[in-house]
Design a protein around this ligand. Structure first.
Ligand code: ZN
Length: 245
């Protein structure tokens, strides 16, 4: 597990950094760390060790979405951290329970990517506008129906999950990057992802942290380019502008 510190609050933990980077993040708070996503199964020991080395307990686990490479180590971590808060949106909590169906009114596209059913039940259901420690919960559906991002107003860090990728070039979820096409393969509804990308860009983030790829400082020009590309490829046919969280 590769550890990279960014600023005062963010520690990036990366598994398989060379071939298939999978990030999760420790965000430093007054009472310990919030862990954003958990990586794939088998990552728990390395995540716990990284938190110990950084000098704090993990007191919260917040999930951007329910894909297996983001919730894979959840059960193993929760076994070690039974007092930790476990937070996810109601919509993606259903994937976590093993339900794969669509809600009435959602775009009729089958959710894609690898979901993992977890035994751990969330102790907190997240909605946009909530706070997790210092982090603001921001709706970012599209990659999955209940995907959220987390924004740290202390330093403008946006933890975007798979709403964007930075591996293979900065891209909006759903736009295929030939050198790392997996995020696009796993994206539920690209027009919704484009809508979310614009909403995240509007936060004017100073730092972009994604599920896959390097953390990017001063990401606005790259985000603008990525949104432009997505708008061209995906088109502007956003059906009804519906938001799900
Ligand atoms: Zn994903």
């Amino acid at each position: 597990m590769k550890t990279t510190v960014h600023g005062d609050h963010l520690i990036q933990l990366t598994r398989f950094p060379v071939f298939f980077p999978i990030n999760c993040y420790l965000v430093r708070e007054g009472d310990g760390f919030t862990l954003l996503d958990t990586g794939i199964g088998g990552a728990a020991g390395a995540i716990l060790a990284a938190a110990r080395a950084a000098g704090g307990p993990i007191v919260r686990i917040a999930l951007t979405h329910a894909h297996a490479d983001h919730v894979g180590a959840l059960d193993a971590l929760y076994a070690e951290l039974p007092d930790a808060e476990v937070a996810i949106t109601a919509r993606d909590a259903r994937f976590l329970r093993g339900e794969r169906g669509l809600d009435p009114g959602e775009p009729d596209t089958k959710p894609r990517g690898s979901f993992k059913t977890c035994a751990t039940r969330p102790t907190r259901i997240l909605a946009p506008g909530d706070r997790v420690g210092s982090l603001e919960v921001v709706a970012a559906p599209g990659h999955t129906p209940g995907h959220v991002a987390f924004f740290d107003p202390r330093d403008g860090t946006l933890i975007a999950g798979d709403a964007f990728q930075t591996r293979g070039g900065v891209a909006v979820s759903g736009v295929m990057r030939l050198t790392f096409p997996f995020i696009a393969f796993a994206t539920w509804h690209a027009p919704t992802a484009l809508h979310s990308a614009r909403a995240l860009r509007a936060l004017d983030p100073a730092r972009l942290a994604t599920g896959h790829g390097a953390v990017l400082e001063a990401p606005l020009p790259a985000l603008d380019r990525a949104i432009e590309v997505a708008a061209r490829k995906i088109g502007e046919d956003m059906p009804s502008g519906r938001r799900v969280a």
